[in-house]
Design a protein around this ligand. Sequence first.
Ligand SMILES: [Zn+2]
Ligand SMILES: [Zn+2]
Length: 366
Amino acid sequence: MTDPSTSIPARSDAALPLAAVWSGPDSGFTLVSQPRPSLAPGEVLVRIELATVCGSDVHTISGDRPTALPTVLGHEAVGIVEEVAGPVRTRGGRLVEPGQRVTWTIGTSCGSCQRCLRGVPQKCTGVRKYGHEAITDHWRLNGGFATHCHLVEGTGLVAVPETLPAAVAAPANCATATVVCAARRAELTAGDSVIVIGCGMLGLTAVAYARERGAEHVVACDVDESRRELALAFGATAVCGPADLAEYAEKYGADVVIELSGNHRAVQSALDIVGMDGHVALVGSVSPGPEVSFEPNVFVRNLSHVVGSHNYTVDDLAEAVTFLAETPAQNLFAGLVPEPLPLTDIDAAVAAAREGTAPRIALRMD
Ligand SMILES: [Zn+2]
Ligand SMILES: [Zn+2]
């Protein structure tokens, strides 16, 4: 990345939307004024209140995940509707109007292709994803690191309560909704014993969400002791390091194992410890890595289920917002996000996210 003090030429016009355009690992970010989009039918212009830097943004910026360029990164965000080319409705059926506070799905879906019809709209054959696509003439504000986001047709919108702090709401449309989807795909049920591997933003969310869903035991596993302490605060009933994971799974059970670290040894452990008729949800492995192995006979006899889980549906996002609005851990979630930095400090925000100084670094757009 370029030197933060020199990477942002001042090319802004206060009256126009401003975007942190990213041109690749060597070129970094440039703040660029963008024309106000002329909305096509079904589109919405949102003024972003707060955006958070997701781990996948960090992967992209580090050069680990290729993306089309130039782009506006960022997809975890909450904002206020400024303009609608309606009628557009939220997932709850309410007409979207200026002034409404919303979050939106990370990708679009057409609703009619085979994948949408099969219930995996996040894999729609025509999906377009915020924070993942090259800027085009029509779609210049296509990510979260900007004052505005241009929501195109097929985006799922969910209303966000005014009382929900922006720092808690912003991660809903990636971290929280991804956890909700993984728990659903793993058929997490009240009374289950749940193992959560990896206690970053998603892991802490998974711990609190599993408790909310009535899990009897929630064992949180992480290499880092301070993260294990946080997991206890979020409701874990026991915590351990990787070396003790098998013992803890044996002791408390492992009906559902949610693997969020992406570490291949942790993935191997998840497959090894899952209990009878249990589910393993693999979530953290989002870039190529070493292979893992399993002995099929064990899986057959144990009636094991292994499910991959990536992104989520608009229903998962709605559930994520409801969970965040109602969880007793709301103050703890707010505490995971330090004081937001202004968009003009995006290099500093990204540097902090890369260093992992907090589970989420936030950008404010005022
Ligand atoms: Zn589709
Ligand atoms: Zn994300």
